[in-house]
Design a protein around this ligand. Structure first.
Ligand code: SF4
Length: 460
């Protein structure tokens, strides 16, 4: 690990002064790539609102990431540290003396709560501060605490519209991903679906850039319908249905194809059709969690007769309820339209996931983290007739380890194939064998029980 702290005095003030909400006007906003389509559409949406947003190359700077981390950090932290350092290296090479770190703002959201996601941007701040001149490169951080509010990064008048368009871009990216996983296992000509989705990712990017700021979301949905109609022609209808595999786990790993060593494609190569948990589910979960906390705060302060606090929590409650209502309405609207054209898996409603957890008495939302989504997500896959479930996560990830501990015995009990796949950058020699064995079991489950038609599934 580079001696970042040894050579420089860490300026702890920088953790608050240079990490937070910064106006992105006249800056180049650097967006890390987590899920490829999602990052691309989000950057396009930002550009539509006048923000000069760029998605950084990913996984090319892993060596740099390793150099500046000790190996004890979460794997996504190593990757994203490498991504920003690699970007800077390349930009310096390109611009030479014209490179000015103050021109850029690096976008790294965070989550509060018991795991380490809240620390990535602080750690990366220390790393950047240790390199000459990079203390001027600010880190824009959105937090789950205020439901990833965009206040402060753009003029007040545009904040709400940018939030709406950004959320919509997340939902549309989920749908394009689901379309990819729905069509690719059944394509007539290998490679067609990848090229098709890549092409339409760019078309949707342009749509978000022009239609997002004027909130012409219906026109975007019309375009999605056209894309799906075209996508259906790729499917070879003579190929019979395949075993359905559900993925849960840590959001970065399950979305980042390099980090998870292209797990979905590998499962497909062994005969699976795969559905991954969505990104919008996490955004809805943060709004839901904030609403939940506001309701708790309101009740507590009502009991203690503290009018000032009651007013504060009431205001928060109304605001988060509004966010969640809008998000769920918009998401439902899009899925309703697309599932009338193709049988894509719909998304979960977070309140229902909490209900499942409570009924089964497995975990509480009070603990938080992605385990709250993954555990009931697995139970929903079981209900919906999936033939196997894979839990994907960074090696040592705390929430996913909780998920594994709770879910594994349950899966053994109900006899549905289940596999934990912890990842770091190493290529595990046993991984291939584990995946093949898992798929062998899933094929057998499929032969014995078949699978339910996704189209007939109720919205959870
Ligand atoms: S979810 Fe897992 S990988 Fe992500 S920060 Fe938390 S512990 Fe690390």
């Amino acid at each position: 690990m580079k001696q970042i702290v040894q050579n420089k005095t860490v300026n702890f003030q920088s953790l608050t002064k240079s990490v937070g909400k910064f106006n992105l006007k006249n800056k180049i906003c650097l967006i890390p790539e987590m899920n490829r389509i999602g990052s691309y559409l989000l950057a396009a949406t930002f550009r539509g609102f006048g923000i000069n947003a760029r998605v950084m190359d990913t996984y090319k700077g892993l060596e740099l990431g390793n150099e500046y981390t000790s190996g004890k950090e979460c794997y996504p932290c190593q990757i994203t540290t490498g991504d920003i350092l690699y970007f800077i290296k390349k930009e310096k090479e390109k611009l030479g003396g014209r490179f000015n770190p103050g021109d850029y703002v690096y976008f790294m959201p965070e989550a509060d709560g018991p795991c380490r996601f809240g620390m990535y941007n602080k750690y990366q701040r220390i790393v950047l501060d240790s390199i000459d001149g990079l203390d001027k490169l600010k880190i824009a951080s959105l937090s789950t605490q205020d439901g990833y509010s965009l206040d402060g990064i753009i003029g007040k008048a545009q904040v709400k519209d940018l939030r709406k368009a950004s959320y919509f871009s997340v939902v549309v990216a989920d749908i394009l991903d689901r379309l990819l996983w729905r069509i690719r296992p059944y394509e007539k000509v290998p490679g067609t679906t990848d090229r098709f989705i890549e092409k339409f990712m760019h078309i949707m990017g342009s749509a978000f850039e022009t239609l997002g700021p004027v909130k012409k979301f219906d026109m975007i949905i019309d375009k999605i319908e056209e894309i799906i109609e075209q996508g259906k022609t790729i499917i070879d209808t003579d190929i019979p249905s395949k075993p359905l595999i559900g993925i849960v786990g840590e959001i970065y790993l399950r979305s980042h194809v390099h980090a998870n060593q292209d797990l979905i494609r590998i499962l497909e190569s062994y005969g699976a059709e795969v559905v991954n948990a969505s990104i919008a589910e996490w955004v809805n979960y943060t709004s839901y969690g904030n609403l939940r906390a506001a309701v708790t705060g309101l009740k507590m302060n009502l009991r203690q007769l503290r009018p000032g606090q009651v007013k504060k929590y009431l205001k928060k409650m109304i605001s988060f309820k509004g966010d969640l209502f809008y998000q769920e309405y918009r998401q439902k609207q899009v899925y309703k339209r697309v599932t009338s054209v193709i049988d894509l898996a719909e998304d979960h409603k977070v309140a229902n996931l909490e209900k499942i957890l409570t009924q089964k008495d497995l975990l509480t939302f009070d603990i938080g983290t992605e385990a709250c989504l993954s555990i009931p997500g697995v139970l929903k896959y079981i209900q919906d007739g999936f033939n196997g479930v894979v839990n994907v996560y960074p090696f040592t990830c705390m929430p996913s380890t909780i998920t594994s501990a709770i879910v594994k015995p349950l899966m053994n009990k109900v006899g549905i194939p289940y596999l934990d796949t912890p990842y770091d950058e190493s290529l595990q020699p046993g991984r291939e064998a584990a995946l093949r064995t898992f798929m062998y079991q899933a094929q057998n489950h499929f032969k014995r029980y078949g699978r339910k038609n996704i189209r007939n599934r109720s919205r959870v």
